[in-house]
Design a protein around this ligand. Structure first.
Ligand code: HAM
Length: 428
């Protein structure tokens, strides 16, 4: 690709040849979400910055380092959404979801994070997500995980592993935090700079570190969940038991904390071998999310899957890509009157749902046949001035090369079930 036609790093164009697989994923997701009673919500691509600062937490990597923030003309700070949950919950906080009415929504769209681009890591990427707001119940957490597994299976991304953990509730965390801090304090000098900074600011985030020199210390860290209160342990056990009842395989991963501060109780991440370095294809959990202007958080459980990563998983799983639809017929016109006739014929066929293409200007037969080939047209209809005068044309089947002469008024019947024909005389 020529350099000047490349979009900014970490973004990408999606061409018609690729869109089939995107649509297969999006339509597949719509079908699965329908079965679970989720309705689509569309929220703005940008929000007031405090929606994310308060919602995700000031101390998260996303808020501290990755947000695309700018000012509107009035000097108000706005941010391109780095994820979907905070904006969706901002919207739902004005509904009965805030008062405990179960509300199920899904969304699809672009998210923006100023990360270093690599395979599967983009600055503009696409998420498909759901949020089940208003209620707190282990059964809903288990259902959200089940829904995600069913979604991935349905869109050709099976072969994932489900990692599960509990973050307990805020009151549970003090003792565990202290145990983690004690453990890491003794080895912090051999850990990375980020972890050193995290030790006092947010020790949980150390568990999330991917630096090689930190891994052995993370492996040997105490299991924080074992220090949580009984109610949180029971809640998590119930989630695990329901998943087992449903025969959904999962692995409890005590070091899974997830990078956003709003999570409580259940957190989960799905990894897939087709993603290389970026192994998380989807992630989610239960949350209590702070919304600016509200004195209590809104609760929910949900997840988001990255569409670019779903595509990588499909490719790894050798799911065939979906080529653009081929034209049913390409109309070749030889001479101006034939072209004028074919313009009307194309309009008629298209109005009846037939994928019809034609050359818009007078061109040679050879050039038009080349276009028909390039578009992989199933049939070619050849209309010259003589044929037009005689009221017939040649129809060529491109798969087997067979040709036949047919009367012009029988052309629509070749492609449409309905009995239709062009009204009026062909132009002289
Ligand atoms: P997240 O784990 O930050 O969670 O993102 C979810 C998914 O988005 C990831 O598993 C990955 O597939 C995709 N993703 C994230 N960052 C990138 C990137 N830079 N490039 C490509 N794909 C990416 C959330 O966003 C939460 N809002 C999920 C959630 C919903 N939790 C509760 N409800």
């Amino acid at each position: 690709m020529a350099k000047n036609s490349a979009p900014p790093p970490g973004t990408g164009d999606i061409f018609p040849e690729e869109i089939g697989s995107w649509l297969a994923i999006e339509n597949g997701a719509r079908e699965i979400f329908r079965r679970y009673g989720y309705g689509e919500i569309r929220t703005p691509v940008f929000e007031y910055t405090e929606v994310f600062q308060r919602g995700l937490g000031d101390e998260t990597e996303v808020v501290k380092k990755e947000m695309y923030t700018f000012e509107d003309r009035g000097g108000r700070s706005l941010t391109l959404r780095p994820e979907g949950t905070a904006g969706v919950m901002r919207a739902l906080s004005g509904t009965e979801a805030l008062n405990g009415v179960e509300t199920r929504v899904f969304y699809m769209g672009s998210m923006f994070r100023g990360e270093r681009p690599s395979a599967g890591r983009r600055r503009e990427f696409h998420q498909i997500g759901v949020e089940n707001a208003g209620r707190v119940s282990p059964a809903l957490d288990a259902e959200s995980i089940t829904l995600l597994a069913r979604l991935l299976d349905h869109v050709g991304a099976s072969g994932y592993q489900i990692l599960l953990n509990t973050r307990g509730v805020k009151e549970d965390r003090k003792e565990a935090e202290q145990a983690l801090r004690e453990h890491f304090s003794s080895v912090i000098d051999s850990m990375c700079e980020d972890c050193r900074e995290r030790l006092n600011r947010n020790v949980w985030r150390i568990l999330d570190c991917k630096q090689p020199q930190c891994q052995c210390h993370i492996e040997s860290a105490p299991d924080a969940a074992s220090l949580f209160g009984q109610a949180s342990k029971d809640y998590f056990k119930e989630v695990c038991d329901i998943l087992s009842d449903l025969s959904i395989p999962f692995r409890v991963e005590p070091r899974l904390v997830r990078g956003l501060d709003y999570y409580v109780h259940t957190v989960f991440e799905l990894t897939h071998p087709g993603l290389g370095g970026q192994s998380a294809i989807a992630g989610g959990g239960r949350y209590e999310l702070a919304v600016p202007g509200l004195n209590r958080p809104i609760v929910g459980v949900g997840f988001a899957a990255g569409v670019e990563r779903l595509l990588m998983a499909r490719e790894y799983n050798k799911v065939p890509s979906i080529p653009p639809e081929r034209p049913k017929v390409y109309l070749v016109s030889l001479g101006k009157s034939a072209l004028r006739y074919n313009i009307r014929l194309a309009d008629l066929l298209r109005s009846k749902g037939v994928h019809t293409m034609l050359e818009a200007e007078e061109k040679s037969m050879k050039s038009q046949m080349r276009s028909a080939d390039r578009l992989k047209a199933e049939n070619v209809l050849i209309l010259g001035e003589n044929e037009l005068a005689a009221g017939s044309c040649v129809l060529k089947n491109m798969a087997d090369g067979s040709q036949k002469n047919i009367p012009l008024d029988k052309v629509p019947a070749e492609f449409c079930k309905e009995d239709v024909s062009l009204s009026g005389k062909p132009p002289a």
